[in-house]
Design a protein around this ligand. Structure first.
Ligand code: NCD
Length: 326
């Protein structure tokens, strides 16, 4: 609530944070400060407790979300739908763009203009880097990126960071190892960008052709983070507090022979987990296609199913925040 201090309007911290989300697009994690993250994690905690206590609320009753997916998705699309429904709102789901006017050649700006005349907020997944920024430019309603090509996946980055915090109780001081396709993995790009805001040490584990893009690496270094690179999980398994494993992104390879050469480069097994810290978080944005052995699922450090559930709470928090109801 605003208070008057020396004749000047002063906005309290919570209200101040609300302003940084209300009516805003979410297209890159670059837009967030640590204070924004603390605020959104607090709202996500509240959403978790509402869902666990009563399942739903009518906070967004009467609001409509357009869920527009030009690429395949299970978790992101369904958790956005579940988030909106649990907040009492409704959803226009457009998942097979081949059945929409996109297949008649409609441009992204025209599709966005159409949907915003029916909906209050638009979630967009698109194969091209920067597509959500383009959409946001044309839309007067908030646009939330659900992943743009090999660029970013900001809501996944937020839920990943929230999971680290929920699992380990802190983010500062951690050694985070990211494993797999660091070049094409948009979740990696968003999470690495968020981790630069915290006192973390990072080790990037990948085959040579799938290394973290130089731009992301330089951002981490410029923020004062130490970044190690290796191609071997052996180098990190004993010291990592977080092991963030990713899928080799087959759909991004122009030459499938290159994919075949690296697709099975890492597999987290019970034998490997036996060497890891007792208190650590094994994470994966999912889907997995062989990187984490199913026998690891019962290990208490396997956090990927909790991570996936956290996605709904974070998305509930973001929807409520951009619509000014958090
Ligand atoms: C990720 C994505 O789409 O980038 N999936 C997700 O949203 N959880 C990761 C992936 O597809 O490998």
């Amino acid at each position: 609530m605003a208070t008057m201090v020396n004749g000047q309007k002063r906005v309290g911290l919570a209200a101040d944070r609300r302003h940084s989300f209300y009516g805003r697009d979410i297209v890159s994690v670059k837009q967030f400060s640590r204070e924004d993250l603390t605020y959104i994690f607090g709202v996500a905690n509240e959403m978790r407790s509402i869902v666990r206590r009563v399942g739903t609320t009518d906070l967004l009753k009467g609001y409509v979300l357009a869920n527009l997916f030009y690429e395949p998705s299970t978790r992101t699309s369904s958790s956005f739908i579940a988030a909106m429904v649990r907040l009492g709102g409704s959803v226009i789901p457009i998942h097979g763009v081949q059945y929409s006017s996109v297949s008649k050649g409609e441009s992204l700006p025209d599709t966005i203009r159409t949907l915003e005349s029916y909906a209050d907020v638009i979630v967009l997944r698109h194969p091209e880097v920067g597509a959500s920024e383009v959409a946001a430019r044309y839309a007067s309603k908030p646009v939330i990126s659900a992943g743009d090509g090999v660029g970013e996946h900001p809501t996944q980055g937020l839920l990943d960071l929230y999971t680290i915090y929920s699992e380990l109780g802190t983010i500062d001081g951690l050694h985070v190892a990211m494993v797999g396709d660091l070049k094409n993995g948009r979740t990696v790009h968003s999470l690495a960008r968020l981790l630069r805001l915290y006192d973390t040490t990072l080790t990037m584990v990948s085959p040579d052709i799938l290394r973290l893009p130089e731009e992301n690496k330089q951002e981490l270094i410029a923020a004062g983070r130490t970044v190690h690179e290796t191609d071997s999980v052996d180098d990190v398994i004993e010291s990592a507090d977080v092991l963030y494993v990713t899928r080799v992104q087959k759909e991004r390879f122009a030459d499938l022979r290159e994919y075949e050469a690296v697709k099975d480069c890492y597999e987290i097994t019970p034998a490997l987990m036996a060497r890891a810290k007792e208190r650590m978080a094994l994470m994966h944005p999912l889907p997995r296609v062989g990187e984490i052995h199913y026998d690891v699922d019962d290990d208490p450090r396997a956090a990927y199913f909790r991570q996936m559930e956290n996605g709904m709470y974070i998305r509930m928090a973001l929807l409520a925040a951009v619509l000014g109801k958090a």
